[in-house]
Write a protein that binds this ligand. Structure first.
Ligand SMILES: *Cc1c(COP(=O)(O)O)cnc(C)c1O
Length: 455
């Protein structure tokens, strides 16, 4: 398909003026406006701006677009489903796309998770998981167990109960102090990924769960990778010990796999690094390959049946758009694509690359090697605190917060879309990204961070 010519500059200016007047972007002021860049189309791993500039996407649109933009299989799934129905309510009705999705999710997640509650976004999936834990403890007569134990540096979403278990310092606790439920927080896990966990490493968590066991309904955490709360990769051994402590104290374990699910860390789900299975799991972000908002909360039969066996005998939640057929059909196509044998890099854009491997594991391993090699030179730059890579996640941690506006502009000039936060410059590209594009992305990070103006 021939791309349309770049939009004329006055038309773009008009659009941007309307954006400035009325569009409230995430975490922004309506007075002191952050610059925004108008996108005309997106294909593969590239965003095309309205002025014709093309950017290699290092963010996969907040980690969702694992197969790249404008994917023929996902486009086709959306078109086919549109011909049947865009939406029907899930109360009292059901349909093949939703049934296909719950079957797939039960098949690919740890075995004890057998009941799937479909919902509309990650934060809602977390609210649903927390409500399940509360209803479960009520159902088995543990009426005092109404609080949650979480880890510092965690992130679980922006709605109220989700906020209450986000990191108490970098989260929004101060601001909403008066209304947020009070939870317990253990120190962020100290042992890194690949390291063992000592008794001292787990001591803070152990003390909290032992001394408050009668008040705690569930532990909620991001397994192995703490995402938006700090991009930290921690010990699988630590996670195993948490599972054992939850079992010992009758506390449920909620694994928030919204960021880690669907292969991002090198395993289909990050819990697999530790060989553990949670009682409740949340999924979102990459679920629909980044096409539509959708999420899921999975529970074991033990949790689901306990809730269903006690007053009021039902789980009390039901979003209007749960099980949306369009989202489910695209999610099914996305999962099938992920599990397909020949998911290689984006040959459509860079036909010269021939490293396509048998399956997503090979692809993630390829990206992991490229990120590790490409970002390594950052270690020698002044002011860089750490460089770490796990699966298709590459992180450069700086000692001081980066100057977001300036650094983002510099990345755009380099032809890449990279959006740092706080002290973190990171890459989480689509899984189909080519080796050439990865080299371009990592070189841009190294060069821009080497500039003195970055902080
Ligand atoms: C993004 C994210 C959420 C929130 O998902 P939304 O779709 O933005 O509501 C929750 N938990 C984790 C781990 C996330 O990364």
């Amino acid at each position: 398909m021939q791309p349309p010519p770049p939009q004329d500059a006055t038309a773009v200016e008009h659009l941007l003026a309307l954006d400035r007047a009325h569009a409230w972007h995430p975490y922004t002021s309506t007075i002191d406006r952050d610059p925004v860049y108008p996108v005309r189309r997106a294909h593969g791993c590239e965003l095309e701006l309205m002025d014709g500039r093309r950017l290699i996407d290092g963010m996969a649109s907040w980690w969702c677009v694992i197969h790249g933009y404008d994917h023929p299989a996902l486009n086709q799934a959306a078109r086919d489903q549109l011909e049947q129905m865009a939406h029907v309510m899930f109360g009292g009705l059901t349909h093949a796309p939703a049934i296909g999705l719950v079957e797939r999710l039960v098949r690919i997640t740890p075995a004890p998770l057998r009941q799937v509650f479909l919902c509309d976004s990650g934060s809602v999936a977390v609210e649903v998981a927390m409500k399940m834990a509360l209803q479960y403890q009520q159902a088995i007569g543990e009426h005092r167990r109404v609080r949650f134990l979480s880890l510092r540096s965690g992130y679980h979403g922006d709605t109220f109960h989700a906020m209450s278990v986000c990191d108490p310092v970098t989260g929004m606790h101060q601001l909403f102090n008066q209304v947020l439920p009070r939870q317990f927080f253990a120190q962020a896990p100290a042992p890194r990924f690949g390291e063992p966990c000592s008794d001292a490493d787990i001591a803070d968590f152990q003390r909290l769960i032992e001394s408050h066991r009668d008040e705690i309904a569930a532990v909620i955490l991001e397994p192995i990778v703490q995402g938006a709360g700090g991009m930290r990769f921690y010990s699988a051994d630590y996670l195993q010990r948490i599972r054992a402590l939850c079992d010992a104290h009758g506390v449920l374990l909620i694994a928030d796999e919204i960021a880690t699910g669907f292969g991002r860390t090198g395993r289909l789900f990050a819990c697999e690094h530790a060989g553990i299975s949670p009682d409740i799991m949340t999924l979102g972000k990459a679920l629909t390959g980044g096409y539509l908002t959708s999420a899921a909360t999975l529970a074991t039969e033990q949790v689901a049946h306990a809730i269903s066996s006690a007053e009021p005998g039902v789980f009390m939640h039901g979003p209007t758009f749960m099980g949306n057929p369009l989202a489910c059909a695209i999610a099914n196509a996305s999962i099938d694509l992920l599990l397909e044998a020949n998911a290689g890099p984006d040959t459509d854009i860079r036909p010269s690359i021939s490293t396509s491997g048998p399956g997503w594991q090979t692809n993630i391993a390829r990206i992991e090697r490229a990120l590790a090699a490409g970002l390594a030179p950052c270690r020698d730059l002044p002011g860089v605190a750490d460089v770490r890579v796990l699966g298709a996640i590459g992180v450069v941690e700086i000692e001081e917060p980066v100057a977001m506006r300036a650094i983002q502009g510099r990345f755009i000039e380099r032809g890449v879309w990279v959006r740092p936060f706080g002290r973190l410059v990171y890459l989480m590209p689509p899984f189909i990204i080519s080796d050439d594009a990865l080299r371009w992305l990592t070189a841009a990070v190294v060069d821009v961070l080497a500039e003195p103006s970055r902080i």
